[in-house]
Each structure stands twice: as structure tokens, then as C-alpha cells.
Design a protein around this ligand. Structure first.
Ligand SMILES: *Cc1c(COP(=O)(O)O)cnc(C)c1O
Length: 391
């Protein structure tokens, strides 16, 4: 049986897969089973932040797993403590970390912290979490309910209570009440369509929430780990959230989710946990990824790559105004608004046939999430291939 038949027979059909099988990769360059070459403008949906087959990460992981892969969180784990230190220091915030295994799971942890924080003796129990319309926070029963997209709530109920959706950042203020335990937002909505929030409005919200002692949770599963040019988008927006979640890019391809919080005293032993979270394997990956990206940022190379990518994207946008209406996003989280959804699908398919991989976001956004370490040559090659798409 070939791989497609095997998958169709034994794997649940939850993904509309494209019939391409990748067999080899390096940085932002991929090869399929027919030897065809592709430039990867997706980094596995924002995951391989340091590129495919990154030698430093792979060497670090190999060294670690030749010794210990997993013991358990019943004991101290040196790479986990070091990963926490690196992440906290890179963030610039006075926080502590909890290690999970995915973005959804990190968000679950964030919600638990906000809710426990909201349970005040003798006062009204605060439980409500406000999220935004068009948000995306994960696929577990709770995080799918936290996701402000009605279409995702068609099945799977009953859901946990207490999630309400704000139309936009400004309307959150009017929704705060005595029961509000937290507000959870993405600073640039990813799956929702590469939608950056307005900086002033976000700062005003952060200030209001601080006055009301309501924790602000920023879901940085997609925007974190230098995706937007700073370690976190929260830094770029000049805010100090109480809780930040990370996943995707922070493990460089190894499954990991992290909840960071300045609310250090809320959870105590037994309140939360994870069998795998922060084990020797994933924590070692986080240490190396953060080291690499921090050096890359400090050397000026990350900003240079962002600038170069922006220049090429703007050029491509200007030359193709019949397809695209707007160029959005920042850092290496970018998008081009396409006039309609069918055209977008055709662009993605034709781009892939021409050797460049791209993503869809929301209804009509062509999304670019290249590895942060993508080279100028790879960027050039990707945009050159895009010139040849036919619809
Ligand atoms: C991808 C994503 C998630 C879910 O992450 P998983 O690792 O798939 O659980 C949550 N929030 C945001 C903003 C995301 O982009």
C-alpha cells in the first residue's frame, strides 16, 4: 500500500490532506518523494522557527536523548528549569513557567490560572473569560469554546460555561463585570486571518484590566518566539500581560506548550500538571531554540530578514493588485488579502505546483509564516516561483 492508501485506511480523516509527501528538508527548503523542490513559506504552520533539520537543535536533542528522554515531573528536571529561565529572561517579564505539550494545552493552563485567581474567598466567584470574535485558541473542548467562531461549536457540546465573545478590543470594556476572571486575546489573530490589533487600543485595554485586577491572557502560540521580531508580540505592543501562552515556534518542531505568568502564587502543588510537559526532550529543544533565536535577534540578522522579506512581499503585492487587496501583518507573520476564497485556494495550489508552500488564514488571507532563519536566496526563490502561478 502506498502512503496515501495507508493513511486513508488507518488514520481518522480529520485533515483535508494534500497529496504530497515530503521526504527531506533543510532550513526553508523541502523535497518531496518525487525529488521536487519547494520553498517553505509555512514553517509547518509557524513551528520550525529555526528551519528544518537545524543542526544545533538536532545535536542538542540527540545528546540529551542518548542520556535521558523522560523521567517525570515528580523530580527536578535541569533542562526544564533552564528552559524556563531562558524563556523568562528573553521575555523581559517577571514570570514563571508551566510546561505543557501544545498550544491548546497551554491555553487550558492559562484559563485555569485565571479562574483560580478569580475565586476569591467571601467575594463573588469570578469565572467568565472574554475572548474575541474570529479568535482561535485550540481544539480541546474548552479551548474550542474559548475560540470565538460559532462554526466550531456545532458539535461536541455541552461545553464548559463562562466563555463570552467580544466583537473587538474596544467592546471588551463594556463586557467586564463582577464575574470576569480574565480576557484572552491574540495580538495578531492567526487562524482568524492575520489580523493585527491596534496598539493604542490594546494598551488602553491592558491598563483598564490592571486597574480592575482582571488578568490579561495573551495567546502567543503563533506570535511568540520571535515570530513578530521580538520574543513576544506583547513586548512589541508595549504591554505587560499577566499570562502569556507559547507553543508552535518555541520548540522548533518538538511538541511543547508553555504558560508564563506573573501570577506566581496562584497554582500550588496538585492544581495542575502534565505527564510529558517539560520533559528532557522538549525542554532541551526549547533551550536550544531560544538560544539560537536570541543570538539571531541580537546579531541583527532577524531584523534584516524581516526587512528583506517585507521588501519582497511588498514588491509582489504591488505587481499583483488584480489578485490582492491588502498587505497585512508584521515580523514574519504576514498576509495578503485575496479578493475571494476560491481564488485563494487556487493561488495556494498553483503556488505549490510551482514549488512554494503557503497557508490560508480566515476566509480570504494568503498567509506567510516562513522559518525565521530563511535565507535571502530562499526568499528570492520563493517569490520568483510565485510570479509563475496561474489561476
Ligand atoms: C495553533 C494555535 C493554537 C493551538 O495550538 P495547538 O498546538 O494546535 O494546540 C492556539 N492558539 C493560537 C493563537 C494558535 O495559532
Amino acid at each position: 500500500m502506498n502512503i496515501v492508501e495507508l493513511d486513508k485506511k488507518y488514520v481518522l480523516p480529520t485533515y483535508a490532506r494534500v497529496e504530497v509527501e515530503f521526504v527531506k528538508a533543510n532550513n526553508a527548503t523541502l523535497f518531496d518523494s518525487n525529488g521536487k523542490k519547494y520553498i517553505d513559506f509555512t514553517s509547518g504552520i509557524g513551528v520550525v522557527s529555526v528551519g528544518h533539520a537545524n543542526k544545533r537543535v538536532n545535536d542538542a536533542i540527540c545528546n540529551q536523548i542518548n542520556n535521558i528522554t523522560h523521567i517525570s515531573n515528580l523530580y527536578y528536571i535541569a533542562p526544564q528549569a533552564k528552559a524556563a529561565q531562558k524563556v523568562v529572561e528573553a521575555s523581559g517579564y517577571d514570570m514563571q513557567c508551566f510546561f505543557a505539550n501544545s498550544g491548546a494545552e497551554a491555553n487550558e493552563g492559562a484559563i485555569k490560572i485565571a479562574r483560580k485567581h478569580g475565586e476569591r474567598d467571601g467575594e463573588i466567584k469570578r469565572y467568565k473569560i472574554i475572548t474575541l470574535k474570529h479568535s482561535f485558541h485550540g481544539r480541546t473542548i474548552t479551548t474550542v469554546k474559548a475560540t470565538g467562531q460559532e462554526a466550531m461549536h456545532n458539535y461536541f457540546g455541552p461545553f464548559p460555561d463562562g466563555f463570552v465573545y467580544a466583537q473587538n478590543i474596544e467592546s471588551i470594556a463594556d463586557m467586564l463585570d463582577d464575574h470576569t476572571a480574565g480576557v484572552m486575546i491574540e495580538l495578531i489573530q492567526g487562524e482568524g486571518g492575520v489580523e493585527p490589533q491596534d496598539k493604542q487600543k490594546v494598551q488602553a485595554l491592558a491598563k483598564l484590566l490592571k486597574e480592575k485586577k482582571i488578568p490579561l491572557i495573551v495567546d502567543e502560540v503563533q506570535t511568540g518566539a520571535y515570530r513578530v521580531g521580538e520574543f513576544s508580540a506583547s513586548q512589541a505592543y508595549g504591554i505587560e500581560p499577566e499570562i502569556i501562552t507559547l507553543a508552535k515556534g518555541v520548540g522548533g518542531g518538538v511538541p511543547v506548550g508553555i504558560v508564563m505568568t506573573s501570577l506566581k502564587g496562584v497554582l500550588s502543588a496538585g492544581d495542575h500538571g502534565s505527564t510529558f510537559g517539560g520533559n528532557y526532550l522538549s525542554a532541551t529543544a526549547v533551550c536550544e531554540v531560544v538560544d539560537i533565536l536570541q543570538e539571531y535577534k541580537q546579531s541583527g540578522a532577524l531584523d534584516e530578514t524581516i526587512e528583506y522579506f517585507d521588501k519582497k512581499l511588498q514588491e509582489y503585492f504591488k505587481q499583483n493588485k488584480e489578485l490582492y487587496t491588502e498587505c497585512v501583518g508584521f515580523g514574519l507573520m504576514r498576509g495578503l488579502r485575496v479578493k475571494d476564497g476560491d481564488t485563494l485556494t487556487n493561488i495556494i495550489n498553483s503556488a505549490r505546483e510551482n514549488g512554494v508552500m503557503l497557508l490560508k488564514a480566515g476566509r480570504n488571507t494568503l498567509r506567510f509564516l516562513p522559518p525565521l532563519t530563511i535565507t535571502k536566496e530562499e526568499i528570492d526563490e520563493g517569490f520568483e516561483a510565485l510570479k509563475h502561478i496561474s489561476l
